[in-house]
Design a protein around this ligand. Sequence first.
Ligand SMILES: [Zn+2]
Length: 338
Amino acid sequence: MKNISYSLLISIALFTTACDRGVAQQSSGNAASLKKFTLKPDKRYPQSKAKMTLQKVSKHVYYIQGRAGAATEHSGFISNAGVIITPKGIVIVDALGSPSLARQMLQKIREVSDKPILKVITTHYHADHIYGLQVFKDMNVEVVAPAGTWTYLASQNSKDLLISRRMTLGPWINKHTRLVKPDKIISKETTMTIGGVELTLNYIGSAHSDGDLTVYVKNDKVLLSGDLIFEGRVPYIGTDDTGHWLKTLKAMKTSGLAVLVPGHGKALHQPNAAIKLNFNYLSLLRTKMKAAVEDFTSFEEAYDGVDWSQFKKLPAFKQANRGNAYRVYRSLETESLK
Ligand SMILES: [Zn+2]
């Protein structure tokens, strides 16, 4: 990752207009009334029964931790979301894996703050981080996403996946669930100050997905890394550029960070072990599959020849590993033809 720097300051005026939007579903009043706040039921979205807590990691930053597992487990509650509460309003980072989960997150937020929700920043467009977006979009909250998002939205894969998830994750993903377009694209490092809290959106390019970004909360020294870091489970590899992902992990500087909130798994005060695990896993995959492609070894033979014991016990290994390896093999075949 590039060093986190703070080159671009955007006028607070930009956000005060946004402040006026997104006030729907807002509670009012003091702490006691916040506690009592209940979202009105919406029959499009069955009520989530996920065990969800909003955990505070620093003065302004909270996060919700999804459960360890594969995409269709735990009613789709497998990814994390961040919530940054400033005196001016709230910025959400990623929208969870279904509208029902997003509504549950909104309920949790409203139990601690009645500030307007100003933006949802998506670290990347993958189903488990974006299927909740429509809840916020319908409240006129601005959706911010990294460059590469349009590639995802235009892909047949994104359309096919939504259709299949309606079956595999129903009723949470249903006929009302839709792909939400972003309002603003981030294609370079962008710094914004909201209510005195400085956020740097670091555009990474295609690493884990078609486009990734991280969010650094300078005041609190908290980094929300999105899926560049998976904690406590095997990473998911889709259409990624694993070479660039590896370089990004190698360059990642963590000294001075108070907390790293990964895209999956628990928030970390000491993130180096998790970074190393992701790095080692991607390295192993890439090295072994590269050797196989160069030797014209079939994927099956190459896969069976790898010693996976270092990662076998991690959650999601069984569901994710073979597909990950296959996609890396295929991408390296394509690379070798260039
Ligand atoms: Zn992802």
